[in-house]
Design a protein around this ligand. Structure first.
Ligand code: 6LW
Length: 538
């Protein structure tokens, strides 16, 4: 027996969806404005997962231009039918934006390539797809109720998909708007058929503190659905904000090879107060059936820290499971950019990257020269060694990113400093003739307002690489800098409580990455990122 440790995927891996094909399990999560989008994971035992690709991985497949943070790709559903993988998802922009909507992509290999999208005539979010054993296909999703009974009331709809024309046909059936009268946001619906009965699993309460999983069943796919008297069948809201895991919901079911049932779902781990910087993470929960209803975490009633998986082999934690420490090389699937492929501004160079600087900044909802990875550990050190001949007003740095409006940066700036008069200069206190003072600045951008947290001046050969460090210990993120090889010196400490989605709004956990910007000026600078290390400290 092997024990799966929760979270199964630490860091910002929300809205998990899972399916099994023979002995293989596949799982996909939401990615919002990050590119490539919708990572695909593979496992043979539900315990150890390796990323095998992305669903959205080429220009032209979807257009993210100008889509703000926490827009973009919302909750996907992954299914397999007749030798084909189906992925149904929403690109969220704004209601009046023609790109906003639900689409289907297909692939024969889940690692890709995936097709271009087929857009469906359906509004709302959280689409799912169900292949009935009579050959009919049913799309379902959630949207604001046409006649809101109360604010934030959503309803789950079901409509048939004509596979030949890939259009929704026939009447729409509104089948569910939540189990509990006083909770809102019935969403994340998934239909299953188990021993002849149709089951509708749905989240409610919103993807925050009140998040919950409910279930209903029916004899016909279009209802009427009857809720389980035991609803919600999983929630942590009654455990309060001191619970180690909060916000559990958005579940998807899978039956294992041995006939056992399992759910993947999202939850958050608060630390340093009610703040969950790692975002919404993917958890595994055992499921049994009693009296024709699924029971989540039987006998326990909450997401366990450890889950016994009787059929699993030895644990091999994949990169996305936080199993790696050290240099993140260019080919690593953890790398992500914003909205467009990194290949447009970055090329691999040894252990690192050459970043073609862009005028775009991290505050713009476009594609700055930014390459980052999810923060997956509460305590960690991220070190980037950078080198660039910076013109006035150009910056190369390390950022802890929540959104355009909320991030922390520690960066070397091309704005000149004066080594000889600066008493913080140089490790030896003097500047030689070939030396040049370089300013390092730490800035917090919070709700779009920038505050300088600290500065220091480095001296050394003008072309000496500089190592920038983010050293997170709980909610204190120390920002350090030094000429590569020298002892790094503190620039500032940021309180990261200001950066989690509870504080900022939105749906994301934090990313940490390198960036290069000329802050709006024309530029031809190439910034070298000689190495980027991600080292968990616990
Ligand atoms: C997801 C939805 C949700 O589509 O958050 O409020 C959205 N709940 O289920 C983004 O993850």
């Amino acid at each position: 027996m092997t024990v799966a440790r929760n979270p199964l995927l630490p860091g910002c891996y929300p809205d998990p969806t899972i399916c099994r094909v023979g002995p293989d399990y596949y799982l996909v999560t939401s990615t919002f404005e990050y590119a490539p989008g919708l990572p695909v994971f593979h496992s043979v035992d539900l315990v150890s997962w390796e990323q095998i690709g992305h669903v959205v991985d080429r220009p032209g497949q979807l257009d993210f231009a100008g889509i703000g943070s926490s827009g973009g790709l919302y909750a996907p559903t992954l299914r397999h039918h007749d030798g084909v993988f189906w992925l149904i998802c929403t690109l969220v922009t704004r209601q009046d934006d023609a790109r906003d909507g639900n689409f289907v992509m297909t692939a024969t290999d889940p690692a890709g390539p995936w097709s271009d999208p087929v857009w469906l005539d359906a509004d709302g979010i959280d689409p799912s797809i169900f292949f009935d054993d009579d050959g009919r296909v049913w799309v379902h999703g959630t949207r604001l109720a046409r006649e809101p009974a109360w604010h934030d009331q959503t309803e789950v709809w079901v409509r048939e998909l004509d596979r030949r024309t890939m259009t929704l046909v026939g009447p729409e059936h509104v089948v569910w708007n939540g189990a509990l009268k006083d909770v809102v946001w019935a969403e994340a619906p998934h239909l299953y058929k188990v021993e002849g009965t149709y089951y509708l699993l749905a989240a409610e309460g919103g993807t925050e503190f009140h998040h919950a999983v409910s279930v209903a069943r029916a004899d016909s796919v279009t209802g009427p659905y009857t809720g389980n008297k035991g609803n919600p069948i999983l929630t942590h809201r009654h455990l309060g904000r001191e619970s180690d895991v909060v916000g559990t919901g958005h579940a998807d079911l899978v039956q294992a090879v041995d006939g056992s049932w399992w759910a993947v779902l999202l939850g958050m781990r608060p630390y340093g107060g009610y703040h969950y910087n790692l975002g919404r993470e993917t958890f595994l929960v055992p499921v049994t059936w009693e009296d024709g209803w699924p029971v989540f975490a039987p006998g326990v009633g909450r997401v366990p820290t450890e889950v016994d998986v009787p059929f699993a082999g030895p644990v091999h934690l994949g990169l996305a499971q936080g199993g790696a420490s050290g240099v993140v090389p260019p080919g690593d699937l953890r790398w992500t950019s914003l909205r467009r492929p990194a290949a447009e501004f970055a090329s691999a160079s040894g252990d690192g990257w050459d970043l073609t600087m862009r005028p775009t900044t991290l505050a713009d909802p476009e594609t700055p020269a930014f390459l980052g990875v999810r923060q997956q550990h509460m305590d960690l050190d991220v070190r980037a060694t950078v080198r660039a001949d910076l013109a006035d007003g150009e910056d190369v740095g390390l950022a802890v990113r929540q959104s355009e409006d909320d991030h922390v940066r520690v960066f070397v700036t091309g704005t000149a400093g004066t080594a000889s008069t600066d008493d913080t200069a140089g490790t030896d206190g003097t500047a030689g003739t070939d030396d040049e003072a370089r300013r390092v600045v730490a800035v917090l951008r919070r709700a779009g307002v920038e505050t300088t947290l600290g500065e220091l001046t480095l001296t050394g050969a003008a072309d000496a690489p500089v190592t920038l460090t983010v050293s997170a210990r709980g909610q204190d993120y120390a920002l350090l800098a030094g000429v590569a090889g020298d002892e790094p010196r503190p620039v500032a400490v940021a309180d990261a409580r200001t950066l989690d989605s509870g504080a900022t709004g939105g749906f994301l956990g934090l990313w940490i990455g390198v960036y290069a910007t000329s802050n709006g000026r024309p530029t031809a600078t190439i910034a070298q990122v000689q190495r980027f290390e991600y080292v968990p400290a616990t």
